[in-house]
Ligand binder design. Structure first.
Ligand SMILES: CC(=O)[C@@H](O)[C@H](O)COP(=O)(O)O
Ligand SMILES: NCC(=O)COP(=O)(O)O
Length: 254
C-alpha cells in the first residue's frame, strides 16, 4: 500500500484575517471542516503569545470540533515555544501532536530550528511530560543531520524540517543545491527511528520537488500559501490541489 504524506492545514492566517474585525468570520472551525472534507488529514495551529492570529479559544474550539466522531483519525497539531502558558494550553486539550518551535515571543514568524544540545535538559523534561499526556512530540529543526540525532536523544518522536530556506532557494532556481541537505537530515532522522514532518513556505509550486527529493515525509503542515491559494480557488479546491500533489508524489515514489 502506498504511504501518502498527510496534509495538515495550518489555520493561522484564517485567524489573522478574522481578527481584523470584531466578527466571527472567516470561521477557523468552519475552514477546518471544509479542509478535512476536501482531504486534509490534520489541522495545525501556532498560538503565539500575542494572539496575533490563533487565540487560546480557537485552540479549545478546534479541540472540541476534532473530538467529534466524524473527525476520528484527523490529527490536531499544536505548534509553539514551550512557555508555561503554551504548555498549560496544550495540557488543556492534549492534542495528537505538539511541535515545539524555538520562537521568541516577538518573532514575526518561525525562521530557524532548535539548537537542541543548548536546550537539552529542558527539552527532555518538556517532551517527557507531553508524552505522558499522550501527545506525539515533534521538534522543529533546520536541515541538519546532527539535530535529527539530537532529537532522538531528548525523546522526540518526530522532527519537522524547516523548509523556509528550501522555498527561498527554489525561488532563486537553486533548489538542487539545498535539497541534498534536507535528504541527509531526513535519512538521519529515519535512521534514528524518528518520523519526519516538514513545513514553512511550502506551496503548490515547490511541494512536489521537495517530496521527490526527501524520503519518508509523513506530514507537511501548510498554511500561508494554502490560505492565499484559497482566496483565489476556495478552500475545498485548494486542499484538493495540495492533496493531489501528495498523492502523485507517493505514487511516483512507489
Ligand atoms: C513553525 C512554522 O513554520 C509555522 O508553523 C508557523 O506557524 C508559522 O507561523 P506564522 O503563521 O505566525 O508565520
Ligand atoms: N509548520 C509549518 C506550518 O504549520 C505552516 O507554515 P506556513 O505554510 O504558514 O509557512
Amino acid at each position: 500500500m502506498v504511504e501518502i504524506c498527510a496534509l495538515s492545514v495550518n489555520l493561522n492566517k484564517v485567524a489573522l484575517l478574522r481578527n481584523q474585525r470584531d466578527l466571527t468570520y472567516p470561521s477557523v472551525p468552519g475552514m477546518a471542516g471544509i479542509a478535512i472534507k476536501a482531504g486534509a488529514r490534520g489541522i495545525t495551529v501556532h498560538p503565539r503569545p500575542d494572539e496575533r492570529h490563533i487565540r487560546r479559544q480557537d485552540v479549545r474550539d478546534l479541540a472540541e470540533l476534532l473530538a467529534q466522531e466524524r473527525y476520528k483519525g484527523i490529527e490536531f497539531n499544536i505548534e509553539g515555544y514551550p512557555s508555561d502558558d503554551f504548555l498549560a494550553l496544550v495540557a488543556e486539550v492534549e492534542p495528537d501532536q505538539v511541535t515545539l518551535v524555538p520562537d521568541a515571543p516577538d518573532q514575526r514568524t518561525s525562521d530557524h530550528g532548535w539548537d537542541i544540545p543548548l536546550h537539552e535538559e529542558r527539552l527532555k523534561r518538556v517532551i517527557a511530560k507531553l508524552k505522558r499526556h499522550g501527545s506525539r512530540v515533534s521538534l522543529f529543526i533546520d536541515a541538519d543531520p546532527a539535530m535529527a540525532s539530537a532529537a532522538r536523544a531528548v525523546g522526540a518522536d518526530r522532527v519537522e524540517l524547516y523548509t523556509g530556506p528550501y522555498h527561498h532557494a527554489f525561488m532563486e532556481g537553486r533548489a538542487g543545491e539545498i535539497l541534498p541537505a534536507y535528504r541527509t537530515a531526513a535519512e538521519a532522522a529515519l535512521a534514528e527511528g524518528l518520523g519526519v514532518n516538514a513545513g514553512h513556505d511550502l506551496n503548490l509550486d515547490n511541494l512536489g520537488g521537495f517530496l521527490t527529493a526527501v524520503p519518508g515525509v509523513a506530514e507537511v503542515s501548510i498554511g500561508h500559501a494554502l490560505t492565499a491559494d484559497a482566496l483565489v480557488m476556495g478552500m475545498d479546491a485548494t486542499v484538493r490541489a495540495y492533496v493531489d500533489i501528495l498523492t502523485r508524489s507517493a505514487r511516483a515514489a512507489a
